[in-house]
Write a protein of this length. Structure first.
Lengths: 507, 366
């Protein structure tokens, strides 16, 4: 169920000379005060007696531009912020936990703003009950891994003011009057939005399936060491799977995206490589830094890495901040493999991914109706592919293109695993490419413990991006935000600069 | 800090590292390995048990992860039948071969006759789960056993293992504990057909192998010497009948599968809410004897079980009793078994067929 106000008014011609913001505030109230009170009594909503209902009420008010009601339901919220919203899409909130007069719900909502931008929230919301009415404290929105948030919100240790209920105002009755009379949004909305957030994963599952200790990780996990390598299994039979067809279209890979309207977005990507003869790591400090900064990122993992880090792989699949793509089975150079071996690389990785996802689907955290629903938002197979070493030949590219999902390489190599790697060098490399290419960079680093300074550099890199007006987004969001630059060759910085890998890592 | 790693390790690291990024990788790996080398010494409390691996337990989970949370105990009873989970495991037959049981281990074992002077008893906890529920994990109970080094056996449902993979792997790796088979979805083996009974038994054996394989393939284990994983049992070594019900055919199937059926002779009564911790402790004190097998629950369906532990364990220890796993008890003496199954006395489980039928799903809502 969702409330959709796709702004039928949005397509209507804009009445000239009307202030968008002021007019609602100054518009005479369509009902007199006593009528309002009477309506409020009639409508003294049973829906608001439960927190999910109150949250839907609030978004209904926002969608109808009924901002007085929205502000009453969400004390501290600003009418100006409400008025700047053109359309809202809300997925039905999912109750997480409730204790006495407090409740935490998982919420996913997309907001189109009148300036043509779009925002998405996928996280937890805390609500408080005063009398029979549930209210939404303005500050009680929390993204991602929320075990801690849920606990602290419910026991009251997050509250800024004890007198929340004293300050809460009666909620006026719902009105659709403004929805009809609201002037159309700014013309910018007529153009396609410059950015659409494409989020997979589920905040609900992230907080249900793991607690803070599970997610935290340890420095020891980042170790890369030699190890015996078990024989890979045979790929599962897959008569009608995504690798069964032969690709007929052009064989291209994506290195860079030109965002529509020049939106200042870039994609941070991190490889999780595991080769035969080694067991590689998980850079907990890096992932924790991304989570702390609420910075979206995309990970590409070898199937072997997923197999040796089953819980980590599941967490990356589930966290709405991240996506998990495939890097093939064990980081073979696909330019040196025949078709059958290339396909085997992809299929083995798909099998491990699907097996881990299936294991998750059998846990308590996913067993009820809400959990099953949330599982639908976890991709069944890796939604993105990346060729190891950035190497391919035409044949490998054609074989890989057969899955009909984006093959995503990079425009910017952080060089975080070379001997010269340093925070300063990584920052210089990033700003150089921002200067040279501008928005739409796809930046590659490593999260498997091979980058000794990657985690340390991350906050600085994010600060640099922010200062230059850039925001990190996932690769899927970036792809949806513009026109990918597709090339028929695979390389590191410029064509043919990585042929040396064919000597070092041939089959 | 000077690095003093064995030459072999450094050689292996640098040889490997020349492939990609020589010095950096070697340095990172060396530093982290040093941390690893120090870790076990600081926490060495290992008992000289031959099963499991303290190193795996310590390297794969942080103390906070092992400790779990009180919320792990929460139960999820599904009322919507479309949500019932009847899906088989990824593999339905175990790969590990089993030799048929010796004659003395056939039958439903109630207790073990031990040589004079041997005062061992077996504490067992069932981890039941049906298709219609997802049960919990009593972290408080397991934490008490770990803190006080109390050996115990857990009879886990196959579906419970699948829905609690991390806890299952912890229990199988912990040298203090032993895992046994408690059927796939708590089937009533007195009622089920031989085909259905075989699913209940073998799906669970196979699920254990799958989780053991997942553990063996994980990074934390692959960084340790292979000998560590070798001591984690390769198969579940005994079986417990759900509902305390069985028939001749099920007993024969288990004997052929090499699984002794281990029931109990001291019932704590912990699934009943009104049973207090004091009552549990008193009943155990009243009935305890060398070779006794005590049944309780660790899946959240036990009431006051964790609280009762401190009321009877220290006292039993003062009386000279020690705690053994079921397999140790069986190896030390002669099982006392019967050819029928029951709760307290023969015939007291006749109602189960009527009330639960196959037993794999809750009979409500009616």
């Amino acid at each position: 169920m969702s409330i959709t106000s796709t702004a039928s008014t949005a397509r209507a011609p804009r009445s000239p000379g009307r202030g968008d913001r002021a007019d609602v505030v100054h518009r005479p109230c369509p009902l007199n005060r006593s009528a309002l009170v009477a309506l409020a009594l009639v409508l003294s909503t049973p829906a608001a007696a439960d927190p999910g209902g109150a949250l839907m009420d609030y978004y209904a008010a926002v969608a109808n531009h009924d901002c007085a009601r929205a502000v009453a339901l969400r004390p501290g919220y600003l009418a100006d912020t409400c008025l700047a919203i053109a359309a809202v899409r809300v997925h039905e909130p999912i109750p997480v936990r409730q204790a006495r007069s407090r409740a935490v719900l998982a919420l996913r909502v997309e907001v189109d703003k009148r300036d043509g931008t779009r925002e998405m929230f996928d996280g937890l919301v805390g609500l408080r009950q005063c009398g029979h009415q549930w209210y939404i404290p303005t500050w009680a929105f929390h993204g991602g891994g929320g075990e801690d948030f849920t606990e602290r919100f419910l026991n009251g240790s997050l509250d800024h003011a004890e007198d929340f209920c004293a300050a809460a105002r009666p909620v006026p009755a719902a009105s659709t009057a403004y929805a009809a009379t609201k002037p159309p949004p700014l013309p910018a909305l007529a153009a396609p939005p410059t950015e659409t957030s494409v989020a997979s994963g589920s905040a609900l599952l992230l907080q249900r399936c793991w607690n803070a200790a599970d997610l935290a990780g340890t420095p020891g996990e980042a170790m890369v060491s030699t190890a015996l390598t078990p024989e890979p299994p045979d790929p599962r039979p897959q008569g009608t799977g995504r690798w069964s067809g032969r690709w007929q279209g052009p064989a291209m890979n994506i290195r860079y995206v030109r965002p529509n309207g020049g939106a200042r977005v870039v994609a941070l990507t991190f490889n999780l490589i595991e080769r035969p003869g080694e067991v590689s790591g998980y850079d907990a400090a890096l992932v924790n830094a991304l989570r702390a900064a609420r910075a979206p990122a995309t990970f590409f993992a070898s199937g072997r890495w997923m197999q040796s880090h089953p819980e980590r792989a599941r967490q990356l699949m589930v966290d709405p901040l991240f996506e998990l793509g495939s890097l093939g089975w064990d980081h073979h150079n696909m330019a040196t493999l025949d078709d059958a071996k290339t396909l085997r690389q992809w299929r083995l990785a798909d099998d491990v991914y699907a097996g881990l996802r299936s294991g998750l689907a059998h846990r308590k955290c996913t067993a009820d109706a809400d959990g099953r629903r949330a599982m639908r938002n976890i991709p069944e197979l890796p939604p993105l592919l990346r060729l190891p070493y950035g190497r391919c030949d035409h044949q490998a590219l054609v074989a890989t293109a057969g899955a009909a999902v984006p093959i995503v390489q990079w425009s910017t190599v952080l060089d975080d695993i070379t001997d010269e790697a340093s925070v300063a060098a990584m920052r210089a490399r990033l700003s150089e490419d921002l200067e040279r290419l501008g928005p739409g960079l796809i930046i590659v680093g490593h999260a498997d413990g091979r980058g000794p300074h990657t985690a340390a550099a991350l906050p600085r890199l994010l600060a640099d991006l922010n200062e230059a007006g850039y925001r990190p987004v996932t690769v899927s969001t970036l792809l949806a935000a513009g026109e990918p630059e597709r090339v028929p060759e695979c390389f590191e910085h410029r064509p043919q600069d990585n042929l040396r890998y064919d000597d070092w890592f041939a089959d | 800090m000077p690095l003093s790693l064995p030459d072999k390790v450094m050689d292996a690291l640098s040889q490997h590292a020349t492939l990609h990024v020589p010095r950096q990788l070697a340095r990172v790996a060396a530093v982290t390995m040093l941390g690893l080398a120090i870790a076990p010494a600081a926490t060495a409390t290992a008992q000289p048990y031959t099963n499991g691996s303290q190193a795996i337990l310590e390297h794969c989970w942080s103390p906070a992860q092992l400790a779990g949370s009180p919320r792990d105990k929460e139960l999820l009873d599904l009322t919507d039948t479309t949500l019932f989970n009847r899906e088989p495991p990824v593999r339905t037959m175990p790969l590990m071969p089993a030799s048929p049981l010796r004659e003395s281990d056939r039958g439903s074992i109630r207790r073990v006759r031990l040589p004079p002077g041997d005062r061992r008893i077996a504490l067992t906890f069932d981890l039941c789960e049906m298709a219609s529920d997802v049960t919990g994990y009593d972290a408080e109970l397991v934490n008490y056993l770990r803190e006080h080094q109390v050996r115990a056996t857990f009879y886990a449902g196959g579906k419970w293992m699948r829905s609690h993979p991390e806890q299952t792997k912890q229990l199988m790796a912990d040298p203090l504990f032993e895992l046994g088979n408690h059927a796939w979805t708590h089937g009533n083996l007195h009622y089920l057909s031989p085909e259905e009974a075989s699913e209940q038994i073998f799906w669970t054996q196979a699920q254990y192998e799958l989780l053991r394989e997942e553990l063996a393939a994980s990074a934390c284990v692959r960084r340790l010497p292979p000998a560590e994983m070798a001591t984690v049992p390769r198969r579940l070594g005994s079986f417990r009948f759900p509902f305390g019900t069985c028939n001749r055919s099920a007993l024969d199937q288990l004997a052929a599968a090499g699984l002794p059926a281990v029931q109990w002779d001291i019932v704590t009564g912990d699934p009943t809410r009104k049973t207090t911790a004091v009552q549990i402790a008193e009943r155990i004190h009243r009935e305890v004897h060398p070779g006794a097998i005590i049944i309780a629950h660790a899946n959240g369906r036990g009431w006051h079980t964790a609280a009762a532990l401190d009321l009877f364990i220290p006292r039993l220890r003062r009386q000279g009793y020690t705690f053994a796993t079921v397999s140790e008890l069986l190896a030390a003496g002669t099982p006392v078994s019967v050819d029928t199954c029951y709760w307290n006395r023969p015939g007291d489980v006749d109602y189960v067929d009527r009330k639960y039928g196959k037993g794999t799903e809750k009979p409500w809502p009616r």
